[in-house]
Ligand binder design. Structure first.
Ligand SMILES: NC(=O)c1ccc[n+]([C@@H]2O[C@H](COP(=O)([O-])OP(=O)(O)OC[C@H]3O[C@@H](n4cnc5c(N)ncnc54)[C@H](O)[C@@H]3O)[C@@H](O)[C@H]2O)c1
Length: 273
């Protein structure tokens, strides 16, 4: 995972409405709808009170990160706020202010927790499936092969999700150990042991940390690339030719929120007596 920097996220709050319209032009759905598809939540639930808590350990707080996460959550109609306090005191403040979902990140993990439902959503996995669903939306009922580049947390989750949807997947990682360690939970996933020719695929998924990995010569006018990788792995020129679905935080955060919300909705009415 690459650590986000201030520049990656500074325009999120001001541009999320416009970005979501562009996302809908690309996929046919708003981010909120794509995220809810990943957890089979057909209706928008009532807003859950959600606290975003800064964590100061390790390399410390990324300036503007908590505010960007909060803006994304409000955009998908969560009742979200950033706590004044950080760390454990921030958790205390969030819960005391009625939050049921807590968002918090350190250098290694970014999670959302539901206090009442004991639900956990992890950013890597949720980003992986969120972008996979966005790509599946672009594919409609076509079942062409998808090439997933990068087989770690994001790429692994994406490959498993696509295969689970009946979409055949080729996966390549420059680190053979990562590829070997990748679990294949059924479905059609082929691990490639040599670098593939990208141009042979219409649908690509970039889950690497490599910049400018996909160039103009690798894409066609009908190529669609789901690209959560940071920095963006597609050159400017290739972006002008292909459809590139890329955002540094938005879809993953919305998918985390709805993962928690779906578990909370499913447990509503459960009796713990
Ligand atoms: N957009 C978002 O919301 C969001 C959220 C989470 C993670 N990310 C980004 O998604 C990417 C994947 O996340 P992760 O946690 O799985 O990262 P990771 O660092 O664990 O894995 C990246 C994988 O890519 C492989 N790789 C690097 N260069 C490659 C290349 N040229 N070809 C094929 N494989 C290559 C590496 O060997 C590694 O296994 C990272 O860039 C991360 O920062 C984005």
């Amino acid at each position: 995972m690459s650590r986000l920097v201030k520049d990656d996220i500074k325009s999120i709050s001001g541009e999320i409405e416009a970005y979501d319209l562009r996302f809908k032009e690309q996929t046919g759905y708003f981010m909120d709808e794509v995220a809810r598809k990943t957890v089979h939540l057909s209706d928008v639930p009532l807003p859950y009170r959600t606290a975003v808590i800064s964590v100061t350990s390790g390399l410390g707080v990324i300036s503007g990160f908590a505010e960007a996460v909060c803006a994304i959550l409000r955009h998908c109609s969560a009742d979200a706020f950033v706590t004044k306090a950080s760390d454990v005191d921030g958790i205390y403040e969030g819960v005391m202010k009625g939050a049921d979902i807590l968002f918090l990140a350190d250098d290694a993990r970014f999670v959302a927790l539901s206090v009442s439902a004991r639900a956990l959503a992890e950013n890597g996995e949720c980003t992986g499936v969120g972008f996979a669903e966005a790509l599946a939306c672009c594919m409609g009922c076509r079942r062409e092969k998808v090439l997933v580049l990068g087989a770690s947390e994001v790429g692994g989750a994406a490959a498993a999700y696509l295969a689970g949807r009946g979409i055949p997947v080729d996966v390549f990682d420059t680190n053979p150990n990562v590829l070997r360690g990748m679990k294949i939970p059924g479905g059609k996933i082929t691990k490639l042991d040599a670098a593939p020719r990208l141009r042979e695929y219409r649908y690509l998924y970039d889950a690497t940390t490599a910049a400018d990995l996909i160039t103009a010569g690798d894409v066609r006018g009908d190529t669609v690339i789901a690209a959560p990788g940071m920095p963006r792995g597609i050159t400017e020129e290739a972006c002008r030719i292909a459809t590139v679905i890329h955002n540094p935080l938005e879809l993953g955060v919305i998918a985390m929120y709805y993962k928690c919300a779906s578990i909370m909705e499913s447990r509503k009415g459960e009796c713990d007596c």
